[in-house]
Design a protein around this ligand. Structure first.
Ligand SMILES: Cc1cc2nc3c(=O)[nH]c(=O)nc-3n(C[C@H](O)[C@H](O)[C@H](O)COP(=O)(O)O)c2cc1C
Length: 289
């Protein structure tokens, strides 16, 4: 499955697509369309675009308007990758809030989807949460996801939850807090600290997808049976999406799921040789007891 960010909000789970370059959507639409393929489980479904040129953004929005099942368009104002920055896209927009406003306004004007949203960092090098919040509010976005780092902070600087709170306090927009949420306890802490409306979890779900079940059900611990059930469901969905090739793709997830358990190394050796889906199901049954 392509990288997805999942948002937890009062029992409603939003799914975000991987960022789509508006240029790619306009000029290489076949491959890019595959990236936005949606599972029926992913509702509401938000497609994220990146770009800095109003005309290209407009064309990308018009293309997405023709795709059914998309509930909203999100503007990426957080990507730190040099190739994206050099095109004045992603977090580079935080250096030019007027341009950011123009792009949001263009999405709002042409999109036929229910929601327009923004995913942002706290700033490019300087933290400017309230200024960004005002741009989003003035342009009429529906909600904002805030990754609590600047672009300079990359993926490792300490996440500034106070600055996410400042963002939240500067606006009436619903705010999704993001950054380093890797456990039920941390989710609770971030929710209380920022007073946010929802949480977005990326890396913390890798090897630990039951974090969503725990948050939804307020569980500080998770039972082994539930873990096994979630692993089985994950395998089923991966096989549905990738076909037989899914068995191979699923190995890396099983490596993570088994990592801290006894005899993990023998289990890894075994599953690395399996290519039949049912044999993999049997091994999972035996190992996760
Ligand atoms: C491999 C990878 C790909 C990512 N792709 C996107 C993306 O396409 N769009 C986006 O808004 N954020 C993207 N992010 C950033 C995450 O959404 C998130 O803001 C960041 O990882 C911090 O949250 P986390 O600690 O929960 O992972 C990506 C992060 C990683 C590690």
């Amino acid at each position: 499955m392509p990288f997805r960010s999942i948002v937890k909000k009062f029992g409603v789970d939003l799914t975000y697509s991987e960022m789509i370059s508006s240029n790619a959507l306009v000029y290489h639409s076949e491959k890019t369309h595959k990236m936005i393929q949606k599972s029926p489980l992913e509702t509401p479904y938000i497609v994220q675009i990146a770009g800095s040129d109003v005309d290209v953004i407009k064309k990308a929005v018009l293309i997405l308007n023709e795709v059914e099942g998309i509930d909203g368009i999100d503007l990426n104002c957080g990507c730190p990758v040099p190739k994206v920055i050099s095109q004045n896209s992603g977090s580079a927009l935080l250096k030019d809030l007027d341009q950011m406003a123009k792009i949001i306004s263009c999405i709002k004007k042409y999109s036929n989807k229910r929601y327009t949203s923004v995913k942002t960092r706290l700033g490019f090098s300087e933290k400017i949460p309230s200024k960004i919040a005002k741009v989003c509010e003035n342009e009429g976005v529906d909600f904002v996801a805030v990754h609590g780092r600047t672009r300079s902070g990359g993926y490792k600087a300490e996440v500034d939850y106070d600055a996410i709170k400042e963002f939240k306090d500067s606006t009436n927009l619903p705010i999704i807090a993001n950054g380093d949420i890797d456990s039920f306890q941390k989710a609770k802490f971030v929710k209380e600290k920022t007073n946010c409306d929802a949480l977005m979890i990326g890396r913390g779900a890798i090897g630990n997808p039951w974090i969503f079940y725990q948050i939804k059900n307020s569980l500080s611990e998770i039972k082994k049976d539930k873990i096994k059930e979630i692993i089985r469901e994950h395998l089923n969905e991966v096989i549905k999406f990738y076909g037989k090739n899914g068995v191979k793709i699923f190995r890396k997830h099983l490596h993570l799921y088994s990592k801290t358990l006894p005899n993990a190394s023998a289990f890894r050796d075994k599953i690395n040789k399996i290519s039949n889906p049912q044999s993999l199901v049997d091994e999972i049954e035996n190992f996760f007891t």
